[in-house]
Each structure stands twice: as C-alpha cells, then as structure tokens.
Ligand binder design. Structure first.
Ligand SMILES: [Zn+2]
Length: 408
C-alpha cells in the first residue's frame, strides 16, 4: 500500500517538459499528475559523493523541480572511481559546483540550490526546512544520526543508503507517519534500527575498507526510486523495511523494521528531545585509544627526522604499519613493517614485535591515525610504555613528506 503523495502537483507542464518526460507520462501510475508532483518537489541530497552522484543525476533527469546539494568537499582523483557526477577536469573543484554543472547538462529545466557548508547543529534544521524530502548519502555515523534526528523533529521523510565493499543497505525513514500496511503502527526511525553507533574503530569507513564503485549506482538508484514513490504517492516505499543488497551473491533481501517503543528519539519516553553532540555520541576514536594517544602521538615530520636518525645509527625503533596488505601495496612509509590491526586484536602481533624488555621503541601508523591509536592502546596494555603512533598516518606522510606516492 502506498502513502499519500508528499507533494501537490504543479499547475502545468510546459511543451518542452511534456516532450522531455514523455516516457514517464505514458506510465499510468506516474502520468501527468505524477510528473507535475515531481516538478513541484524539493529534494535535498546530502553529499555529492558515491551515493549522491547517481542520486543527483537521476533526480535531475526525472524532473524533480528543485534539487539541493549539501556538500563542502572538493573533488579528488580517488573519487572518480565511483562519483560519476564529477569528471577529470573537476579535480580540485568544489563538489557542489561540479555537481551543479553536471545537472545543468542533464536537465536545464530543474533548479539546483547549492549548500556548500558542512551541515551541523547550527544550520541543519534551517536547511532541511526548505525541502519536502531528504536523500542521505553521507558516509559517517555522526551525520547520519544528526540527519535522522533533524528529519524527525521537522517531520520530513528521508531515504537512507549505506555502502561498503560489496554490501549495500537502503531504507526510508518517516517516523511521524503511520505505516501503510493497514496495521495502524507508526513508522520507525534510524535509531529504532540502529540505537547506538558502532564502537569507534570497529566499522571501517569506505576510505579504510574500500567500496566497489558500481555498488553506489545500485544503492543510489534505489534511493531515487524510493524518493519518487514518496513524492508521487505510488508503490510501496521502504518505510518500515530495510533493503539489504549483496553484490557478490546478487541477492536483495528485505527485512521488516519496527518502531522501538524504547527508541531514544521516537519512542514512548524519548531522551533525545533536541539535536545532541553527534561527534561525542559517535566518538571519533574509543576512550581507550584516546587515552593511549594522549602525549604519545608524533607528527610525520617527527617521524621523518626519526627515520633519518635511524639511518645514521643515532637511534633504534620499529615502525609498524597496521593497515591491510592491499593498502600497503598502494603506498607506504619507507622502512615500515606490515602487521595488520587484526593481529593486534587476536594477540599474534606481539610475537612479531621486539619484546618489551628489549627496550626498542615501537612506532605505529595506519592510514589516518584511527586504527593505529586503537593498536597503541593494546600495546600500552602489554607494557610498551614508550610506544607512539603517527598522527594523520600515511595520508599525512604523502601530503607533507612524499607527494610522489599515490593517495587513496
Ligand atoms: Zn526511533
């Protein structure tokens, strides 16, 4: 069963619009009324990245009249493997501007509103307030919870998607709505599905773990599909259901998601009654890692100096790269030995390091400094009191010390 259409139809379509959207107009479920609703619709896409790229392109092609792009980042070469709204000549440009230009090529009849600032507690309600529906293409937990809470407070539905390697998920959250299945039950929110963010460092990001580029198209197009259904009131949207996609097995599964009466946001006794500190809620790194890293973090310049001193025989230490072997293939800090984080977690890493009583300092690094801080906490627990990790990891090394190596 469908929901009532989210948007009232525009007064009319121009001759040009009728020509352009004719393949929609001849679908009975969409028709003239559905296309007029799309013309009147205002949809905000958060992020012009992996999910945002296909989402923005298909929303534009479909004739969604006003499309917002919330994105503050710039186009990097490593984005082009999946962020197909940007091209080679866009490298270094603001993603929001690049996306706006691509949309103008796809469909000049739609209006693009650029929000080039980072969405935060100070602006998110204002920005969301100008839209009928949100498409969430963010890749971090702090923003996801903020989007969920802000959409709930404003009563705006949003379509969520997530991707990692070969796995994708999508759903639509509209917790102020009643489910369309005739049960009379209220729809769940993202917090009903995921009450707590995962412990920091436990779930790798796509930047750490990778993502198959074409997976973005599979999930991003599902998000647009759901957006169109909600805007025009057709079909059965993913409200109250979670879509799970496995690209390797080529399998789509759907799970029912129920409202959690104990949900901190939309439950019976809510404790989240306004926007909260999402960075603290999600924690950039665990408390143990933060404690271990305090006073035991060196910069890449310090490491560079230490490596030169080691070469001259002035000091001795072991530099350990805790990333995965395939990351080590892409770039590395010279002289580092690879011991992946998993070996720290299962204890086998200690067998590969000099014993504590040998007095040899251990220096850890990873891609950005999150995983190495987690491993540092483990080393401290094993008695390596003078161990340190490298803030910013190999990303900072490539940026500041050795730009000849590729970044990823
Ligand atoms: Zn909830």
């Amino acid at each position: 069963m469908s929901f009532p259409p989210l948007v009232e139809p525009a007064a009319e379509l121009t001759v040009e619009e009728v020509r352009r959207y004719s393949r929609h107009l001849i679908i009975p479920d969409v028709g003239m009324a559905g296309q007029k609703r799309l013309k009147n619709a205002r949809v905000l896409v958060i992020g012009a990245g992996g999910l945002g790229s296909p989402a923005l392109m298909y929303l534009a092609a479909a004739g969604v009249g006003t499309i917002g792009v919330a994105e503050f980042d710039e186009v990097d070469e490593s984005n082009l493997q999946r962020q197909i709204i940007h091209g080679q000549s866009d490298i270094g440009r603001p993603k929001a501007e690049s996306a706006r230009d691509s949309i103008a090529q796809i469909n000049p009849l739609v209006t693009v509103v650029v929000h080039p600032e980072r969405l935060d507690n100070d602006n998110v309600l204002d920005v969301f307030g100008g839209y009928d529906l949100i498409v969430d293409g963010t890749d971090n937990f702090a923003t996801r919870y903020m989007v969920n809470d802000a959409a709930f407070f404003l009563g705006i539905p949003y379509v969520w998607g997530s991707i990692y390697r070969f796995d994708g998920q999508a759903s639509a959250f509209w917790p102020t709505a009643t489910l369309a299945d005739g049960s009379g039950a209220e729809a769940p929110c993202y917090r009903c599905l995921y009450p707590e963010p995962p412990p920091p460092g436990m779930v790798p990001s796509c930047a750490e773990g990778g993502v198959l580029g074409v997976l973005c198209a599979a999930i991003g197009s599902i998000q647009v599909n759901e957006a169109i259904k909600l805007l025009t009131g057709i079909g059965e949207p993913l409200v109250g259901r979670l879509m799970i996609y496995d690209a390797l097995e080529m399998e789509y599964r759907k799970l029912k998601v129920r409202k959690d009466p104990a949900c901190a946001l939309c439950g019976e006794n809510p404790t989240v009654t306004g926007l909260i500190d999402y960075d603290t809620f999600c924690g950039a790194i665990s408390d143990a890692a933060a404690d271990a890293a305090a006073g035991h973090t060196i910069s890449v310049s310090q490491l560079d100096l230490m490596l030169k001193e080691r070469e001259n025989g002035e000091r001795d230490f072991v530099l350990v790269d805790v990333r995965e072997p395939n990351e080590f293939e892409i770039n590395r800090i010279p002289g580092a030995v690879l011991v992946p984080k998993g070996e720290f977690l299962n204890g086998t890493a200690l067998e590969k390091l000099p014993p504590v009583d040998a007095g040899t300092q251990v220096v850890l690094h990873c891609k950005s400094g999150v995983r190495s801080a987690e491993c540092l906490a483990i080393l401290k627990g094993a008695g390596y009191d003078d161990a340190v990790h490298v803030g910013g990891g190999v990303v900072a090394w490539v940026n500041q010390i050795d730009p000849s190596q590729p970044s990823y």
